[in-house]
Ligand binder design. Structure first.
Ligand SMILES: Nc1ncnc2c1ncn2[C@@H]1O[C@H](COP(=O)(O)OP(=O)(O)OP(=O)(O)O)[C@@H](O)[C@H]1O
Ligand SMILES: [Mg+2]
Length: 168
């Protein structure tokens, strides 16, 4: 597929774009993970805007939100707070998924998005190490930037920044 200036954009092929409400979409993904969590954590959802319409790939947004939330549940103790927060202005939205869990050792953060990588403190929690590889790939397709702020034994916040319209 060719973009505005005739450049080849492999991602454009993989982006299944539609217009949808990000707040509603994230709320659905949040509810999905809450149901899986069965009340084990104190799950909080907080959005600045009541609705925020964007053009993006709904499935990819789902992969990102669900994987980050499932990780937050898996790597944090029962009854701790898991918070989804959305802030947005005219042009971009910022999603934060925070937990009060085991955190990620600083030296391992660079490896985290590699397929099959699991941090040394993951212990006997089940997992394949593929969730964040899917998050990374999906973020590339929708043009989102992912940030991590984590402290061992204190908790982790993943930040996803997303433009309202994909840059092409
Ligand atoms: N919120 C978090 N808190 C602490 N560690 C985390 C968190 N999210 C990810 N990690 C670490 O990053 C590793 C990679 O995460 P990823 O989601 O890719 O794999 P996974 O959860 O082990 O398995 P799965 O493929 O089932 O998602 C995890 O094994 C864990 O060590
Ligand atoms: Mg995972």
């Amino acid at each position: 597929m060719f973009g505005k200036f005739g450049k080849y954009h492999p991602d454009a092929i993989r982006l299944n774009a539609s217009r949808f409400d990000l707040v509603l979409a994230l709320r659905q993904d949040f509810e999905f993970v809450c149901a899986q969590d069965r009340g084990a954590h104190a799950m909080q959802f907080c959005s600045g805007p009541a609705s925020w319409i964007l053009t993006s790939d709904r499935e990819r947004i789902r992969y990102i939100a669900v994987n980050l939330l499932q990780n937050a549940c898996k790597y944090s103790p029962p009854a701790s707070v898991i918070r989804v927060e959305l802030q947005a202005d005219d042009r971009a939205a910022c999603l934060r998924v925070s937990d009060e869990g085991i955190g990620i050792p600083a030296a391992e953060i660079a490896e985290l998005f590699s397929p099959f990588y699991r941090a040394s403190n993951a212990g006997d929690r089940p997992g394949t190490g593929m969730g964040l590889a899917v998050v990374k790939e999906s973020a590339q397709v929708v043009g989102a930037k992912i940030g991590i702020d984590s402290r061992a034994d204190r908790g982790t916040t993943f930040t996803v920044t997303l433009a309202r319209t994909p840059e092409r």
